[in-house]
Design a protein around this ligand. Structure first.
Ligand code: HAM
Length: 423
């Protein structure tokens, strides 16, 4: 019997996993520099965290959740997104009663039962950040700039940033009414009418071409913003301008989750075809309260690591840079294994990547393994080397050999690694 990973589950094995790590770290680095702190969260939650948090009218909740009952008959769901769980954890731990804003980041797998295709998976990976407890529009700017910094770290250029404002509760409710009135003049099918009843904004997200043309005359959300929402949105734009971050305004951008208010944004990479959203987020004024917490506002983003990797490929960006394997050590016989291991451990402790020929191999077998490993150098350790404290270091690419004292090995390998990174 040969087993396969479940359909639509994206896994990263070597060597692609090194690229995955690099993308993840490039996206997280700007969050750390902006003083966001790691949250390592539950992968499954009580189902209600998502039905209440994300909203019943969304595709994510109504069609895409992996929900199961545990042995005590509790309904649990694999997290389809990160924000509702962050909110649950912040309320549960009382972080919302300490210093505000609470600034956290997270990363890991998320689960949605979607139809798999390129860039759309059932298990996918996100890097996300949330800033909770400040209404200051400059926090919106910080959050968006952390995403753009992450993309810049990778050298990505071909994406665009689209922003919108859904307004505060008052503005959003005024718009909902107006939109409902407009939708009632259209001839909608039963399912769409039901969605419109739960949340009319969802209809703006409808990607069917007949709906796109039917909505051409829909009222513009930006016309419904009250003075406060208008001022906040204009401050967000001023902040982005000040940082030189280019953006387009799209009054149709409502995003697929129900908790959004005020600023919403999305990063689109047109070269990715149907699944072009590489990241998105926005402000959520009522989310914490709807999960039983204080009425604190927050804003954050989720970036899809899988899609950012595809975007890098599409732009021809080489994301394969990892620490090169500096040296492969071949103990000449069992007798010299521990000495070889000790030398290797010392080299690793100064940050060099080192591997060994494990098992009782012949010299020939050991050299073959060294060649296959992709290491820059290799050496053999036997009685002579151990006594003279000198090894014959072979550069595997050129076949050149030089005698190197063990005491000088770390410096020599370190310099070689630096040189190869500089290329
Ligand atoms: P989202 O737009 O649903 O937002 O997901 C964020 C990103 O995750 C998307 O832009 C996309 O890159 C990636 N993504 C989503 N679904 C899939 C999938 N099936 N396969 C591959 N990649 C996918 C959220 O999840 C919000 N929690 C973001 C947020 C944080 N808003 C405020 N704070």
């Amino acid at each position: 019997m040969k087993y396969q990973a479940p359909k639509g589950v994206k896994e990263y094995l070597p060597p692609a996993s090194a690229q995955f790590e690099r993308v993840r770290e490039a996206l997280l680095a700007p969050a750390r520099l902006a003083n966001y702190q790691l949250m390592e969260l539950a992968i499954f939650e009580e189902t209600e965290v998502f039905t209440r948090g994300v909203g019943e009218s969304t595709d994510v909740v109504s069609k895409e959740m992996y929900t199961f009952t545990d042995r005590a008959d509790r309904s649990l769901t694999l997290r389809p997104e990160g924000t509702a769980g962050v909110m649950r954890a912040v309320i549960e731990s009382g972080m919302d009663r300490g210093q505000l804003p609470v600034k956290v980041f997270y990363n890991g797998p998320f689960f949605r039962a979607e139809r798999p295709q390129a860039g759309r998976y059932r298990q996918f990976y996100q890097v996300g950040i949330e800033a909770i407890g400040s209404d200051d529009p400059l926090v919106d700017v910080e959050v968006i700039s952390i995403a753009t910094e992450g993309f810049a770290n990778l050298g990505l250029r071909g994406f665009k940033l689209v922003i919108n404002s859904l307004g505060d509760f008052e503005s959003r409710n005024a718009y909902r009414l107006e939109l409902s009135r407009f939708l009632s003049t259209l001839d909608l099918d039963e399912a769409t009418r039901e969605r419109a009843r739960i949340n009319p904004l969802r209809i703006l997200d409808d990607k069917r071409s007949e709906m796109i043309s039917a909505l051409a005359k829909a009222p513009n959300i930006l016309d419904s913003l009250n003075p406060q929402s208008r001022e906040d949105f204009s401050k967000v734009q001023q902040g982005l301008d000040a940082l030189g971050i280019a953006y387009e305004i799209d009054p149709r951008l409502v995003r697929g989750l129900d908790y959004y208010t005020k600023t919403t944004f999305e990063f689109i990479h047109p070269q990715l075809g149907a699944q072009s959203g590489i990241g998105g987020g926005g402000r959520y004024d009522g989310l914490m309260e709807s999960l039983g917490g204080q009425p604190l506002s927050g804003i954050g983003f989720g970036i899809g690591i899988d899609r950012v990797m595809l975007a890098c490929q599409a732009e021809g960006i080489d994301i394969s840079q990892e620490i090169p394997l500096a040296c492969f050590i071949i103990p000449l016989a069992r007798e010299w294994e521990l000495e070889a291991f000790r030398i290797g451990a010392e080299l690793r402790s100064v940050g060099l990547r080192i591997d060994f020929a494990f098992g009782d191999r012949s010299l020939k077998g050991g050299m073959k393994a060294a060649d296959k490993s992709g290491a820059t150098f290799a050496f053999v350790l036997g009685e002579r080397e151990s006594q003279s404290r000198t090894v014959e270091l072979k550069e595997l690419g050129t076949g050149q050999v030089q005698s190197v004292r063990l005491a000088d090995l770390a410096t020599l390998l370190g310099n070689a690694v630096k040189r190869s990174k500089g290329n």
